[in-house]
Design a protein around this ligand. Structure first.
Ligand code: GLN
Length: 275
């Protein structure tokens, strides 16, 4: 199938405030992997001035990581002015990749290192909170085995690799999780969120339940920086394929790219931390 001349618009959440640890590299990788296949790619920055009409034209969302301070600066605008349209579009299947700080804000709330509770967008059925003061951050290499999306990812690539640096711990399916269960969340029983992967090395969501990241509809959340897609080309291609299929409403087959270097880097981390 010739996918030349198809086009995609990537909505990029607050690039100036949410691009820690090379996360903007994920945008460059998506741009390149589309361009190498003749897919036209356009970037729509989503920040304080962006209006609903421009967000509605997006076919794929990306949000990077950020320090607590930056999350505090943007959360009101994100929740009030972008929340409703993002929720609608994500609930309707628009794919997205959200790294560390941004998925923390797409959950129900994030309690930061100073105990400030940032009300989230409630798109992901999860909460994030810092543990008691003095508890070390989750910092280091991260290797995990994909547990969801498995069926859609080419067989031989079951793992993801990257590095993490976060103080917040994330708990999925809060409706099932007695830790934070209360009235307000009962109504959200219908939402279904699954872990993205099972931790093989590192901390992942909280260093307790072995989960890493989350999958909700066609969106992936991960604690993996790096940038994440540099050593995980299978996930980059999954996002591009999903975005094309949702936009053009038909199955898409992406031509294979030469990912020798990417897989060498991936395998090196597997050998070093797992095998
Ligand atoms: N500020 C958040 C935390 O520490 C997210 C950090 C990040 O995006 N790397 O948990």
């Amino acid at each position: 199938m010739n996918i030349m001349n198809y086009s995609l618009k990537i909505g990029w959440l607050y690039p100036e405030l949410m691009s820690t640890y090379g996360d903007r590299g994920n945008i460059i990788i998506l741009q390149k992997r589309c361009a190498w296949r003749g897919i036209e790619i356009d970037i729509q920055t989503i920040d304080f001035k962006t209006v609903r009409q421009d967000i509605e034209k997006c076919n794929l969302f990306f949000g990077g990581g950020s320090q607590d301070r930056q999350q505090g600066i943007l959360i009101d605008d994100l929740r009030k002015n972008k929340g409703p349209v993002l929720k609608e579009m994500i609930d309707n299947g628009i794919p997205g990749l959200f790294v560390c700080g941004s998925p923390q804000l797409l959950g129900h709330y994030f309690i930061d290192g100073n105990g400030n509770k940032l009300e989230g967008l409630g798109i992901f059925d999860m909460v994030s909170t810092y543990p008691s003061k003095g508890t070390p951050r989750c910092i280091g290499n991260l290797v995990a085995e994909i547990t969801n999306l498995k069926s859609q990812i080419p067989n031989k690539h079951k793992t993801i690799v990257g590095f993490e640096n976060h103080g917040g711990r994330t708990y999925l399916n809060i409706t099932q999780n007695s830790k934070v269960k209360n009235q307000k969340y009962e109504t959200l029983k219908k939402t279904s969120i699954q872990p993205f992967a099972k931790v093989l090395y590192g901390k992942g969501n909280n260093g307790e339940d072995g989960t890493e990241g989350a999958v909700y509809k066609n969106c992936i959340a991960t604690y993996s920086h790096g940038p994440f897609l540099s050593k995980n080309p299978h996930i980059a291609d999954w996002l591009i394929k999903m975005a094309l299929e949702v936009k053009y409403k038909k199955e898409m087959i992406l031509n294979q790219l030469d990912d020798t270097l990417e897989w060498q880097a991936h395998e090196t981390m597997l050998k070093k931390f797992v095998k």
